[in-house]
Each structure stands twice: as C-alpha cells, then as structure tokens.
Design a binder for this molecule. Structure first.
Ligand SMILES: Cc1cc2nc3c(=O)[nH]c(=O)nc-3n(C[C@H](O)[C@H](O)[C@H](O)COP(=O)(O)OP(=O)(O)OC[C@H]3O[C@@H](n4cnc5c(N)ncnc54)[C@H](O)[C@@H]3O)c2cc1C
Length: 387
C-alpha cells in the first residue's frame, strides 16, 4: 500500500442522462477500473447489434431524415453512444468513496487564504474547514473560480451560446409505434436550419431521451437557466424540420428548457494551492457530448500528479497544480470552442452551410481528436513538468 501523503486537499462539488465517449471511459479506467465497470453496468447502448459502435446517425430533418453521416466510435469496446442516468451513476460513485474522506451536502460560500499556507472554506450551513489545497469542481457557476480568477471571473466569465434546449422523455413503446423500432431504439440527430434534435435510448431501452436544440438571436434574459417549458412552444419551434421530427415532438408531454452557456477561455485554472476542475474551469456546450469527459481527464491528470513521488508536502501541491494547468488548459479549452462550432454545423451555419457532403466530412473528423487521445501520454507530459 502507498504511504498517505502528509497534506489535505479539499475537493468542492460533486452535479438527467449523460453520454460518455471512449476517452471518458478510458479516463474512468485509468482512475480506477471499478468506475468503468460501474459505468458499463449502468450504461444503455443503441439497441441494434450493428449500431453498437454508432455515436450518432446524423440526418437531415427536412429531407425525409436522409442519413448525412454515421459517426462511430473506434474504441475496442465499441461503446458508441453509451449513456447513464446521472444521479444513479453518482450514487454508485459516492458509495465507492471511503466515508472518512468525504462529506456530502456542503455548499461552499467563501474561500480564503488563512495564513501559514492554509486555506479556509466556509459553508452555507455555518461550518468551516481548512485544507492545505483546494480543488474546485463546483460546476459552471463555481465559487472557487471566483477565488482563482477574481475580477476576470466576473468580467469575462460566462457566455450565452445562442442556443437553448428542450429536454423531454418518451416511453419507448410509444416512440417505437410512432417512429419505428430502428429510429426510436438507436441514436439519431436531425439537423435543420437554426436547430437540431437528438434522440437516444436510456433506462436500458425503456425510454427515448429527446433534446431539441434551438438557436435564438437575442440574449438570455431569464434569471434562471432551467425553465419549465411548454410543449406548444417546442412544436412551434420545430415546424419545418421534417415529418420525423414533428412526430417526435408530438410524443412529448412535458419539457424543460435549458439555456446553454459556456466559459470564455480562462487565463489559468490555478492560483497557488487552489485548482479548478471540470465545468468550474471550462464549461462547454453539449454538442460533442464531451464536457463530463473533460472533467474525467482533468481528474486523472491531477490525481496522478498529486500521487507522484516528487509531490511530498503541502508546499509541493502548487507545483502539481501548475503542471496540471499547463497540460489540461489547452485541450479542454479547445473542446469548448469546437463544441460551439459543432452546434453551428448542426444548424447548417458551419463552414459547409447546408451542403450535406461538407457536413459529412466535417462530422466524420470532428470527434476523433477528442476520442483518440492517449491519456497515458497526457499524464506522462504533466508529470515530466514536475522536474
Ligand atoms: C443539456 C446538457 C447536456 C449535456 N450532455 C453531456 C453529455 O452527454 N456528455 C458529456 O460528457 N457532457 C455533457 N454535458 C456537460 C456535462 O454536464 C458537464 O460537463 C459535467 O456535468 C461537468 O461536471 P462537473 O462535475 O464539473 O460539474 P457539475 O456536473 O455541474 O457538478 C458540479 C457539482 O458541484 C455542486 N456545487 C455547485 N456549487 C457548489 C458549492 N458552492 N459548494 C459545493 N458544491 C457545489 C453542484 O451541486 C454539483 O453537484 C451536458 C451539459 C448540458 C447542459
């Protein structure tokens, strides 16, 4: 057994269906093979054997659902679009964390340096804690980000991506009666002018998950980012997207609306012994299904750095954090920008407009650099910066 390190790191944070790509699943395996096992146990895949490795079948909504591109994952496990219920997966992950190292249901309200290199954390319930280092994984509206970026966080933080998404669920039996077994049971994205609609199976095939993305020209003026939506508005928004999309939308009985924001590139993810991880560092739009995967990659690289034998004391943690920032910032920020571009391509606003040949070329290449990364190399590169 490895010796326990003589310093404490406080990890702040922990946040319906979510799909994980090959790089995400590989990061899970490298962090702890049990995480991948739990994921694979819970995951729902495309129903048909020959669609197992399909990430998404991209179709033109209005052109009778004509197939534009079949994007497949190229990993050994043929994971395709494997999705889990977020809360269920988190429950299983939480059960794997030893009780003595985690406290749940704490909400950070303030973080400050408290002298002697220690950091003081204040929580909403009036309690406080101190740590030698802090990792903020507290999501897109992170408190820890404020500490790390200060003014920059306030002045160049979040940007509305110009899209909102309707999220709804349809019992698979009903979906299959209306759409047929194949379209309902396997992941499809219907592209159109100014919007796109995604469907895929969840709950081990009992439910069809629907996400309808719509462009808007104005800014997002609502106080909250998640609103109760109206089915009648969704139907109106997707008129002209073709018969299949209209059938999908008719099946929806209730929807939520999510405004989609992302982060402008931060100049750093670290400040001394405080680091940002996941959406707190680089929140992205969901168009490449890559946001949570980047959080997993962050976690892998950071944990390997902290585990390195050259990180011996609390003072060394800032060295590990600096190496983490150098390796993770460029890649994760590139994901944020390509994800936004991808949303444009889906809405026929990319460089190829509505030219289906150009869209096919674009989508066939757009995912591989994210999925095909060598995670061990990222870890090696980061550790080599420790000197
Ligand atoms: C509509 C939509 C669909 C998406 N689909 C996918 C997908 O299919 N695949 C994918 O890879 N990504 C997807 N993403 C992106 C993905 O959800 C995020 O990248 C991922 O959840 C980031 O994980 P995180 O742990 O960094 O942040 P979160 O999941 O936001 O978790 C942050 C956690 O911190 C907690 N927290 C917040 N503030 C505090 C505080 N002050 N103190 C303590 N705790 C706090 C929150 O309660 C939450 O539990 C999607 C995003 C959206 C909006």
């Amino acid at each position: 057994m490895k010796p326990v390190k003589p310093f404490t790191v406080a990890i702040v944070g922990g946040g319906a269906g979510i799909a994980f790509s090959p790089n995400s699943i590989e990061a899970m395996r490298l962090i702890d093979p049990k995480i991948r096992e739990v994921f694979l146990k819970l995951a729902t895949k495309n129903e048909e054997k020959e669609e197992e490795a399909t990430w998404i079948n991209f179709r033109s909504g209005e052109r009778e659902s004509q197939l534009i591109a079949k994007v497949r994952t190229t990993d050994r496990d043929k994971t395709g679009l494997s999705s889990v219920h977020r809360a269920r997966f988190l429950e299983e992950l939480a059960a794997m964390v030893p009780e003595e190292v985690a406290q749940f249901n704490k909400r950070l309200t303030y973080l400050e340096s408290s002298g002697g290199g220690k950091l003081k954390l204040r929580f909403e319930d009036g309690t406080t804690a101190s740590a030698d280092a802090v990792v903020g994984c507290d999501g897109v509206r992170s408190q820890v980000r404020r500490f790390v970026l200060g003014e920059e966080s306030a002045s160049q933080g979040l940007a509305f991506s110009g899209k909102y998404a309707y999220r709804g669920l349809v019992p698979m039996e009903r979906a299959k009666i209306s759409l047929g077994e194949y379209l309902a049971g396997n992941s499809q994205m219907y592209l159109g002018y100014g919007g796109h609609l995604l469907t895929y199976p969840i709950d081990k095939g009992a439910t069809m998950n629907v996400v309808g993305f719509k462009d808007m020209d104005s800014t997002w003026d609502h106080e909250t980012w998640v609103l109760k939506g109206r089915v009648v508005d969704m139907r109106r928004d997707f008129v002209g997207f073709g018969e299949t999309v209209e059938r999908v939308v008719k099946l929806i009985e209730s929807v939520d609306i999510w405004a989609l924001f992302d982060h402008k590139p931060a100049s750093t993810y670290v400040k001394g012994r405080v680091a940002l991880l996941g959406d707190a560092a680089h929140a992205s739009t969901p168009h490449q299904g890559a946001g949570a995967g980047q959080a997993l990659e962050d976690a892998l690289v950071l944990s390997c750095l902290l585990d390195d034998e050259r990180i011996r004391s609390a003072c060394d943690t800032s060295k590990a954090f600096a190496a983490y920032d150098a390796i993770r910032r460029p890649r994760s920020q590139k994901v944020v920008s390509t994800s936004r571009q991808c949303g444009m391509v889906y809405a026929f606003k990319g460089p190829g407009g509505d030219d289906v040949t150009k869209i096919e070329e674009d989508l066939t290449e757009r995912f591989e650099w994210i999925w095909g990364v060598d995670m061990n190399e990222q870890v090696r590169d980061a550790c080599s910066l420790l000197g």
